[in-house]
Design a protein around this ligand. Sequence first.
Ligand code: BG6
Length: 445
Amino acid sequence: MVYPGLAQLATRGLLPERWAVIGTGRKPIGDDELADLVRSSLEEHGDPEHAGALDGHVSYATTFTEDDPGELVDAIRDARRDLADGGDEAGVTVVHYLAVPPSAFEPTTRGLRAHGLAEGARVVYEKPYGTSPESFERLDALVHEVLDEEQVFRIDHFLGKEATQNLHVLRFGNELFGGVWNRRHVAQVQVDVPETLDVADRADFYDETGAALDMLVTHLFQIAAEVAMEPPTALDADHLATAREAVIDCFRPLDPAEVVLGQFDGYRDIDGIADDSTTDTFVAARLWVDNDRWRGVPFLLRTGKRMAASAQRVTLVLKTPDELFGEPVGPGRISLSLAGDGAIDITTTVKQPGPDLTLATGTASLALDDVEPGEPLTPYASLLHDVLAGDRTLFTTPHGLEAAWRAFAPLLGPDRPDPEPYEPGTWGPARADELAGPDGWVLTR
Ligand code: BG6
């Protein structure tokens, strides 16, 4: 998603006038092979109209280790000189983008230090940033030995989604919604990200990570925090970020009895996955936010691979009003689709058209790209743009991540539930349905 993000920025004229991308890895694949990889990545994952946007800007150099500079150190030096074009090289912003498995963050950070590449640079860390509270602390201590916090961009691309940023606009910009955003009116919150996707093209990363680390402690926790945050003192991005990260402190540590892990049948047959792997490809969890606003309201989080459908939904299920008309038809809902360009859906009880007072449920939908001028950026493009602009507000902070790891820690101990098998193409282990309560998951109602 990084190359398509850059291609979108290039096409929209949102990159600096002079720029270069150096791809790096252990294999000596050469510039042409990388250019082919980039082109196919753009065809497969990007907008076909952006296909040639990176041509002529991309080159390849083998990466460094702590003891060996590889080709990369010279390649960066040469690129800085070329981009400065006779001017001051200090004016060239270097961004190191670490799209590597979690286990490679520490050696890569040490390599940056060993080769003098950290000074003045910005460094983007993909997620998960750490794989446990201890490894998070160790990684963050090393990162702060090598870099100032202002140089660090811990990416969680769910925060870059248009619909995610609309969550607080919807709530704080509209009396209609802000007034019901609490336990008196909300029965439960669901953050549901089922995926039909397989893991085959990134088995190594996935088997080391699993659904709970890949998605729960990262994307789903951040989205839950976006929903749960207290109103910030001001509606600027800085205050919003502080409020988002602060509420994670109120996440009650997960109770393993309220978590269901799953593994789809056939996962262990995939090339690169261990025959006896116990990695989870599915997770459903009930999270509690221990503050006055949310006490008693379950936050239901679910995601998995090879599920029955793909969607990314955050839904506030409202309480039903006292019976005025006999049986209520169903609870009202405020729901946002985070997928693609995003959408807002409001479900309400209405009168069925006709002579009788019969109740029905209706949904009003707003596709966000219908809002003029309708030119959303993809999450990666949006966040890469922020990195280049030095704007860190949509990136996670050590404080928020420390709190997230604290809430997640019980899943790493001896009480971690064994993953239950599920058939590909289904909604995961049956027990996950029980977690959601009698009405179940909104997406499968
Ligand atoms: C990534 C996860 O961060 O997010 C993937 O590693 C997941 O496993 C993906 O499929 C979902 O992202 P998107 O682009 O569909 O929002």
